[in-house]
Design a protein. Structure first.
Length: 354
């Protein structure tokens, strides 16, 4: 997969084929019409090894709406109601670190109707595993039966989305040591390492993401407000690894997160989150033609423009959301960034300048 961000990112075409087949089998929409909604047909799909990730994201959203099932294509035991993923994020977002996030996510999935598997943390010396185990629900069949019903592609997609979800919480791509599956290698299974960016092992004891144990201590950088923004971008944000091989400047913006009202992190915290020294961070940013201060200004400007586009928010509320205690300081900063005041900007959108 292209890991350079959403622009030009791709995913294996097998994702699309499996999704189209699942939608048709469950009575949602014929495969031909489903594929045509994003300008694809069977002959094109057969000739493609990869497809644009945003096209698959649109198909997945269409499929969830058609079938009213958020777990389509994933390991599950029946339909998972719309809104379940949002509540999973909100239930986990107040936890302090990655390990706590994973444990809380598992607790939520235990009581979420239709879910069949959950993540479980297991420590083994200097390594840790995020294992795929069955939920604590008597009506759900044994794990082996559930995984067999999902098939290799369903298990792969579930682990892949877990990887990207937990990466979002810590603001950086999980650096995996390996990924294990408890079934033999399927056709083209040797290529799965490209998807996960790590060694893939088949016929293992359990299906799991294996990573350095210290990764579990990384802080959760997200907030409830950020989660509300994040869930609106699903499934695209779970399909495109938005961190690995990105410019350092983009990774810094990821550390900032969506919610700036709590203030931006200090340079020491940013460097620690990215796994580099402060001097290295500054040097890498200089090579990219930017700086921490410039990125902070860019993040605040982008957030300000986004919030000013919402008529229901007052100028004072926008200032607070962008991290300014003093509305007049926000006014001066916005004018420095854009050349106009917030009121003038709003009037250009046809809103009141208040």
């Amino acid at each position: 997969m292209n890991r350079s961000g959403s622009l030009g990112a791709t995913i294996p075409s097998s994702f699309v084929r499996n999704l189209a087949a699942a939608v048709a089998e469950q009575g949602g929409e014929p495969e031909t019409a489903f594929l045509a909604s994003v300008g694809l047909d069977h002959s094109q799909l057969a000739a493609l090894e990869f497809v644009p990730a945003d096209a698959f994201a649109r198909l997945y959203q269409r499929a969830m709406w058609r079938l009213q099932n958020e777990a389509l294509g994933l390991v599950s035991h029946g339909k998972v109601a719309t809104g379940s993923f949002r509540m999973l994020c909100l239930a986990s977002v107040h936890q302090p670190d990655l390990e706590s996030v994973i444990r809380r996510a598992g607790e939520f999935l235990d009581v979420c109707r239709g879910v069949a598997v959950k993540p479980r943390v297991r420590l083994d010396g200097e390594s840790a595993s995020i294992e795929m185990v069955g939920v604590d629900a008597p009506e759900v069949p044994a794990l082996a039966e559930v995984l067999e019903a999902a098939g290799p592609m369903g298990v792969r997609t579930t682990l892949y989305m877990w990887m990207n979800l937990f990466s979002w919480f810590i603001g950086r791509q999980l650096e995996l040591e390996r990924v294990s599956f408890d079934f033999p290698s399927p056709p083209r299974g040797a290529e799965w390492h490209r998807l996960f960016g790590a060694e893939v092992v088949f016929d293992a004891r359990i299906c799991a993401l294996v990573l350095p144990a210290e990764t579990l201590e990384l802080p959760n950088l997200q907030t409830e407000a950020a989660a509300e923004v994040f869930v609106k971008s699903v499934p695209l944000r779970l399909l495109i690894p938005a961190f690995r091989d990105q410019p350092v400047s983009d990774r810094v913006l990821g550390v900032f997160g969506e919610d700036l009202s709590r203030g931006l992190p200090a340079s020491e915290q940013i460097a620690a989150c990215l796994g580099m020294s402060i001097s290295t961070l500054r040097r890498r940013l200089l090579e990219e033609g930017t700086s921490l201060q410039q990125l902070k200004d860019d993040a605040r400007q982008a957030a300000a423009i986004r919030y000013l586009s919402v008529p229901e928010l007052s100028a004072r509320e926008v200032a607070e959301l962008v991290g300014f205690d003093d509305p007049s300081a926000f006014q001066r900063a916005f004018r420095r960034w854009t050349g106009v005041t917030p009121g003038v900007f709003r009037r250009s959108l046809g809103q009141s300048g208040e």
